[in-house]
Design a protein. Sequence first.
Length: 487
Amino acid sequence: MTVDTKKETYLNFINGSWTASTSGEVMPSLNPANNDDIVGYVQMSTKEEIDDAATAAKEAQKSWKKLSGNDRGGFLYKAADILESRLEEIAECMTREMGKTFPEAKGETARGVAILRYYAGEGLRKEGDVIPSTDSSALMFTSRVPLGVVGVITPWNFPVAIPIWKMAPALIYGNSVVIKPAQETAVTCAKVMECFEAAGFPAGVVNMVTGPGSVIGPALTDNPNVNAITFTGSNGVGKVIGQGCLARGAKYQLEMGGKNPVIVAADCDIDLAVDATISGAFRSTGQKCTATSRVIIEEAVYETFKEKLLKKTAEITVGDGLKEGIWMGPSASENQLNTVLHYIEKGKEEGATLLAGGNRLKGEGFDSGYFVEPTIFENVTSEMTIAQEEIFGPVIALIQVNNLKDALHIANDVDFGLCASIFTSNIQNMLSFIEDMEAGLIRINSESAGVELQAPFGGMKQSSSHSREQGEAAKEFFTSIKTIFVK
Ligand code: NDP
């Protein structure tokens, strides 16, 4: 491949040094809003670099785990300060690499800073329990211990927040890390890694290897020096990783897709429900695992809700997320755009009615990017593909129901169970939803979205391997428990 030498080439970070892959190959990272813009080149690594990183991480973890939690936290605080000082630059890189708007990218980077600080503080919190023994001359207690080396495999849709919400808890509890970021956003991850380097983590404690998931993903999952894998991404890849880890007895955590419903009850604040649906469905171009993809509406307010939704959707400005006034950016890659267009065609073929959007945007400002219109279907039934499969784009399906019992039934009638919202002013409706909705994140009178960083995050059913990330819940995955009996 011809490399544009004016653009920066990013290296792997292994054992405290920036090194090129032995493959000698690099891949360009392209701006999905403008393919003529090469953000940088990243290494197309091989199993060899994964093996080197895992070996370095194993060695480094031996002394990293001996530091006090307070000392480990000191490195995380430093990384947070450095990331904060580079917030605008890293957010701009994120927008160029995967297309979300600059304000959203800044918000995500700020969240990365807050997560680092949250877990830095965790180094001073309790790490075990004293349990009364039936033997009065014995002391029985538990101690949380690190797992060893944690392999981190991340997607492109939150290229700062997801790596950090996995690496920060892994590190504070005394593990070392090898991260393999999504190829599409490897430059942004390299910049996060620069912040970790500048924070002075000992060599080998944090390592990054970039390259094709189909090659270096299995090399990481199957590496005998890697004790656990934490993964966020698609269900197909997640299942393969889970099976690989299970086969060799490694711990694993999988956070995967969603098909998130919003229920609009007849008694709700309609304007609030409309605004939240637009934001939940179309922010980040619908490329959030918690994005709204099905809107289930009681018939009494169906027409009013639809009319207001269409009016507001027509006001959405689509374009390059770095430009002032743009509300929705492009799909993150050509692949992703094609997936979205495929589902739009599927919706039409299966008899849903296209109410808005449905097309790739063309013309000045759009031709060299992957822009698609915000898209709304109606007359959707629960059996249709667009009501069952994750689209990961700005497409929603409106489903009309007679009552809330039917709404809840349809909301649960999918394989996924990540996030679900209801808009209602009736307390009984809220309580029924909390009790009967099969989802890990329940939101009432608020858009489908992730939750605050100090609260558990994760899904039910096919959306996760049933552990939780973030907040205190992260401790369950990133540590093991020793039970100690002293006589
Ligand atoms: P993928 O599953 O395709 O990729 C995720 C990561 O896995 C990437 O780093 C990828 O590398 C890597 N990978 C690919 N093949 C393998 C393999 N055989 N073994 C190990 N690793 C591999 O997902 P996307 O990046 O396309 O992200 C979109 C998906 O992620 C959506 O389905 C979405 O719902 C889900 N997601 C879930 C979230 C959650 O918290 N529940 C949050 C965000 C996204 P490479 O990039 O090189 O292919």
